[in-house]
Design a protein around this ligand. Sequence first.
Ligand code: ATP
Length: 237
Amino acid sequence: MLEVHDMVVNYGRIQALHGISLRVEHGELVTLLGANGAGKSTTMRALSGLLPLTRGRIVFDGQDITHMKAHERVKAGIVQSPEGRGVFPGMTVQENLDMGHYSRKFENKAAYKETLDRVFELFPRLLERRTQVGGTLSGGEQQMVAIGRSLMARPRLLLLDEPSMGLAPMIIQQIFRIIAEINAAGTTILLVEQNAQQALTRTDRAYILETGDVTKEGTGKELLADPSIKAAYLGVG
Ligand code: ATP
């Protein structure tokens, strides 16, 4: 579904990605694991069309989208839930969710309703908090709004940037369970994470990103058992 070939991204004279390649097959949950500053967010922003590539190619469903604009990628089905959540603090939960649906105009009201129902089914908490403003939600609830808002755009490929960031362990588990559920229901997901244990347990395949290079790839199981991954990302070994 998604193929990234030799992607280089620069910030001015600083090269953040040195030519990374990866792929995500239809229906997969794939994780990009890396420490702070490895280039995870840069990768996500380049995939959503917010940063230009200096070199390389991005192919989505067989089509070269390297130069496609960000809003056209959303229309094509690539939707990013950004790091830091980006919930609109003065808007209610419902209004925040509706912002996701504006980015992709629905053909009809039924499709909107069906998608909203699905979001509330995944996140019953958001239904309870429907009229509460974003700024007063807990961190976990804000993350739910961010993911829910992305789902409102009906993604075919969902890009999730560090959904566990800053959350308590119990909430992290809950968020990862829901991510797995979204994937099981048919949405392909590329997940960026620092939380190796949770991410590798749930993912089909993963890539390890270190200072702008992909240094390893494997199934979640393989990487969980890998001694160097254990030492670097799981705090054991
Ligand atoms: P984190 O988990 O800390 O968010 P990350 O893996 O997402 O890290 P990126 O944010 O992609 O890492 O950053 C990759 C590299 O690019 C870092 O060295 C960072 O300092 C640099 N970088 C990121 N944004 C910019 C920018 N706007 N200008 C210059 N350099 C940048």
